[in-house]
Structures are given as structure tokens and as C-alpha cells.
Design a protein around this ligand. Structure first.
Ligand SMILES: CC(C)(COP(=O)(O)OP(=O)(O)OC[C@H]1O[C@@H](n2cnc3c(N)ncnc32)[C@H](O)[C@@H]1OP(=O)(O)O)[C@@H](O)C(=O)NCCC(=O)NCCS
Length: 167
């Protein structure tokens, strides 16, 4: 399995993956929901800019979108890595958001993809640990996080999880 930056991926396969997600599922937001293929291509270039802080909306930090590719070359999920934490991210969402496309769920991809991502991003994280959070009514995501880390504390409606860096 491997992680490929969205803008370095095969655009046809990436579009098929992106369109497999709802507009918002448990807080995993599909910012390209309902886009045509051409709109998606523009969106990918916008996301590429965000990685370098170009064109970021107010209050957003630079981030990188990765596609999780399985050993058969299928595009199975999306992982979003926020490079730094502002007050809002520190209090809740943290460094990482992810989603696995419905046909590929319950096969361990979220858990293993998260491990691969943590390995990849750890050297770039200023904090001692990686911050994430998950809605309390999302046991699958919580389990994937707990396969890599621990619940640190609770806030209203969510668990805040910390994952040790892999260095
Ligand atoms: C949550 C999500 C990422 C899980 O992906 P996945 O690849 O199916 O997860 P995994 O296969 O790694 O499973 C992780 C654990 O959750 C369990 N699990 C998976 N689906 C489950 C479900 N629907 N209900 C309960 N447990 C579930 C698995 O058995 C596994 O448990 P184990 O490690 O104790 O055996 C996926 O369902 C998804 O993309 N959902 C929509 C977006 C989302 O919720 N993103 C997370 C936002 S924080």
C-alpha cells in the first residue's frame, strides 16, 4: 500500500474515488462534492496551491491531500494532513482527516493507511504527538485511530485522540 499526493495521482481514478464520498460523512467533508471532471481538475490544482499556502481561505493552514493506493493499484481512500495547528484545529479536528470509499470499507484500510500517513508526516509535526478527533457516534473511525493511538480526552460530541510519532 502507498500514499500518493492527490495532484500526482491518476486524475480519472482520483475523480472516481472523490465522487464515491458524500458531501459530509461524520465530519469528513468532500470539498469537491458534485463537481464535474473539469471542476475536479481545477479543484486539485487549488489543493496543490494550499500545500504551499497559496490561495488559502481565511483561517485555513497549509495541508496535503493523499490518496491511499492498495497493492492492486486501486484508489481506496483520502487522507488530509494539516501541516500546523491553529487554536481551532488544536481544540478539535487536529492534524488528520480521512475517509475510505464505501466499497473498500472494513478491510483494515483506514487503520493501515493511518499508520502509513503517521510514518510519512511525523518528521514534519511540531507537536510531540499527532492530534485527531472523531465523533462519538463513529466507532469505525475511533477503532482505526485506537489501532494507532489513544483517546486523550473528550469534548462535546467527540473524542480527542493522540497518536505517537513514528520517527
Ligand atoms: C471510518 C472509516 C474511515 C473506516 O474505514 P475502514 O477502512 O472501514 O476501517 P478499518 O477497516 O481499518 O476498521 C477499523 C476498525 O473499525 C471496525 N469497523 C469498521 N467498520 C465498522 C462499522 N461500520 N461499525 C463498527 N466497527 C467498524 C473494524 O472492525 C476495525 O476494528 P478492529 O481494528 O478492532 O478489528 C470509513 O468507514 C469511512 O470513510 N467513513 C466515512 C468518513 C469518516 O467517518 N471518516 C472519519 C472521520 S474522523
Amino acid at each position: 500500500m502507498k500514499l500518493v499526493k492527490l495532484w500526482e495521482a491518476d486524475m480519472k481514478k482520483a475523480y472516481a474515488l472523490q465522487t464515491a464520498f458524500e458531501a459530509d460523512e461524520n465530519g469528513f467533508v468532500n470539498l469537491a462534492y458534485g463537481y464535474s471532471f473539469d471542476q475536479f481538475i481545477d479543484y486539485v490544482q487549488t489543493r496543490k496551491g494550499y500545500e504551499h499556502g497559496i490561495g488559502l481561505p481565511e483561517g485555513f493552514v497549509p495541508d496535503t491531500v493523499f490518496v491511499l493506493v492498495n497493492d492492486e493499484g486501486e484508489y481506496v481512500g483520502l487522507f488530509n494532513f494539516r501541516h500546523t495547528l491553529n487554536d481551532f484545529l488544536r481544540a478539535g479536528p487536529g492534524h488528520v482527516g480521512f475517509g475510505i470509499a464505501p466499497p473498500f470499507r472494513r478491510r483494515g484500510y483506514a487503520s493501515e493507511g493511518l499508520r502509513l500517513l503517521i510514518e510519512r508526516i511525523s518528521p514534519q509535526i511540531a507537536e510531540d504527538e499527532i492530534y485527531l478527533s472523531v465523533h462519538k457516534d463513529n466507532p469505525a473511525s475511533l477503532r482505526a485511530m485506537q489501532n494507532n493511538g489513544v483517546i486523550h480526552h473528550e469534548i462535546e460530541g467527540a473524542f480527542c485522540v493522540r497518536i505517537p510519532k513514528i520517527l
